[in-house]
Ligand binder design. Structure first.
Ligand code: FAD
Ligand code: FES
Length: 282
């Protein structure tokens, strides 16, 4: 145990040194995603905001950037939802209760919840984009009286790939309107079929009083932003979260760089108007 105490003390002084976290629970969410509840051995790791990410490491496998999916404010634990994509993420899927992960962070920018107070918010998530969005939604729903109308548009490829569907009723009961869609017709699905942009024209938007938050696969952004423009939601009222390859998470390695911008530090959350000189970003 002393090893961990020393590790934790040193880690607080260096962003390169990870802090151990104990896996408290692992829940299978879909065939590809698992939800991990982790309690870090140092509670300073819990000082995060929606939109931020950790570098999650396993000795012998490496590290991967993973968004925080729980709302901030918990005393002991945070949650991550991980899709098995390769080396590190498959190894994470093999972890069981009581195992350790190694955590650096929290890193990156967060959604400016204060700026959106008093306004309507449209959350638009595609696929695994719902993972960081869940942290934001939960934080906003805690104070839903401070906001106007809250709407989630969430699209996935199929009903089986829809994440957190068992939480949607609770979110509705707290004041979130939810519109769901899947990409292609499915006999098990009664709702909307088509990509998320098919639901945007139906949105009632209060001009100048509505923010949009968009998180999804790269292909989604351009089309969603065009549809939001038709609804007169301008780039100064749109927040996006960009996913880039990341290695260090702290602006040293250049893997995440778009021109002179380090997405790990200046992002992953950006106001769209701040990306106007970086057409490669979207
Ligand atoms: C800020 C940020 C937040 C993220 N949040 C989450 C999350 O909450 N949950 C989650 O499951 N995943 C998340 N990811 C993606 C996750 O980091 C990658 O899937 C992971 O790094 C893959 O590592 P690996 O070692 O398992 O796979 P590897 O063996 O490295 O690669 C597997 C495949 O994934 C590709 N790949 C690796 N990194 C990325 C990337 N960033 N974008 C696209 N393709 C990639 C590789 O080229 C390869 O084809 C996030 C990424 C970023 C940058
Ligand atoms: S991940 Fe290394 S500079 Fe951003």
């Amino acid at each position: 145990m002393n090893l961990y105490v020393n590790q934790t003390k040193d880690s607080l002084e260096s962003p390169y040194l990870p802090i151990p976290g104990v896996v408290e629970r692992v829940v299978r969410v879909t065939e590809k995603e698992r939800l991990f509840t982790i309690s870090p051995l140092n509670p300073s790791l819990l000082e995060y905001q929606p939109g931020q990410f950790y570098m999650i490491g396993l000795p012998g496998y490496g590290e991967a950037p993973i968004s925080i999916t729980s709302a901030p404010g918990a005393e002991r634990e945070f949650e991550l939802c991980v899709r098995a994509a390769g080396n590190v993420t498959n190894a994470l899927h093999r972890l069981k209760r009581g195992d350790f992960v190694w955590v650096r962070g929290p890193f990156g920018t967060s959604f400016p919840i204060g700026e959106m107070k008093g306004k309507d918010i449209v959350f638009i998530a595609g696929g695994i984009g719902i993972v960081p969005m869940r942290s934001l939604i939960k934080a906003v729903l805690r104070e839903s009286r401070d906001f106007g109308k809250l709407t989630l548009i969430y699209g996935s490829k199929s009903p089986e790939e829809m994440l957190f569907s068992e939480e949607l009723d609770e979110w509705r009961s707290k004041g979130l309107d939810i519109e769901l869609t899947i990409d292609k017709p499915d006999p098990k699905w009664q709702g909307n079929v088509g990509v998320v942009t098919t639901l945007i024209p139906k949105l009632g938007v209060r001009q100048g009083e509505t923010f949009a938050v968009v998180i999804g696969p790269p292909v989604m952004y351009k089309f969603v932003i065009l549809s939001l423009r038709d609804k007169l939601i301008g780039p100064e009222k749109i927040f996006v979260s960009l996913e880039r390859r990341m290695k260090c998470g702290i602006g040293k390695c250049g893997h995440c760089q778009i021109n002179g911008c380090y997405v790990c530090q200046e992002g992953p959350v950006f106001k769209l108007s701040d990306l106007k000189d970086m057409p490669e970003a979207i």
